[in-house]
Structures are given as structure tokens and as C-alpha cells.
Design a protein around this ligand. Structure first.
Ligand SMILES: [Zn+2]
Length: 121
């Protein structure tokens, strides 16, 4: 009877751990969705500012520059979040991918030479 209870307890422990991982994964995914929405809204703002600037409002240069910086930041955040969501899911993160400095082709992280142009990485 004691053995039976032990195995039930173990099964429950492992279920709790799995649930914890899933919750973590969902959290990261939700954060990424949130960042995407913010990014979309920022693009809309950039569109409005660009429209006004194109219509002759010359005071908007600084604001446009700030929105551009904000978009850069959001894109970085989103990339990190998506990477960590993939890692949590057991898929190798895109951080493992190397890009050829000569032609820009994506290569495996361990590649010493580019599979596209053959130059040294
Ligand atoms: Zn190359």
C-alpha cells in the first residue's frame, strides 16, 4: 500500500512539474503576443506621424525618430521572447543559427565555412 501511495505521489509530482513548464511557455507566448500588439500600434503611430510630416508638419522629426527607436526596441524584445518560447518548447532557438558575414546565408552553428559561398565563417 505504501508503495502504491509513493508511485501516486511521484506521478503527481511529475504532473505538477509538466504543468509548471506549460504555464511558463504560455506566459512567454502571451508576452510575445503583447509585444506584437504594441509593435503594431507603434507602426500605426509611425504611419500617422509620417502622414502629418509629409503634409508639411515639420515639427515631427524628433517624434518620428523616437517612434523608430521604440520599434527597434520592441523588435529586439519580440525576438528574445520568441527565442525563449522556442527554447521552452524544446525547439532550438534561432540564436543557434549563424549567418555568413560574406553572403548572409544562414548556416548551422557549428559550420566553419559557409554552405552557400564556401568562405570562412
Ligand atoms: Zn556565404
Amino acid at each position: 500500500m505504501e508503495n502504491f501511495l509513493d508511485s501516486v505521489k511521484q506521478a503527481m509530482d511529475s504532473a505538477v512539474k509538466k504543468t509548471g513548464q506549460m504555464v511558463e511557455k504560455t506566459k512567454v507566448k502571451l508576452a510575445a503576443v503583447d509585444t506584437k500588439n504594441t509593435l503594431r500600434a507603434t507602426y500605426v503611430r509611425l504611419g500617422e506621424l509620417t502622414y502629418c510630416a509629409a503634409r508639411g508638419d515639420e515639427t515631427l522629426g524628433d517624434q518620428i525618430e523616437q517612434v523608430l527607436l521604440e520599434i527597434d526596441r520592441l523588435k529586439e524584445t519580440l525576438a528574445r521572447q520568441e527565442e525563449s518560447a522556442n527554447e521552452t518548447a524544446g525547439i532550438p532557438g534561432t540564436s543557434g543559427t549563424k549567418y555568413c558575414p560574406h553572403c548572409g546565408a544562414s548556416c548551422t552553428p557549428t559550420a566553419l565555412f559557409c554552405s552557400n559561398c564556401g568562405k570562412q565563417m
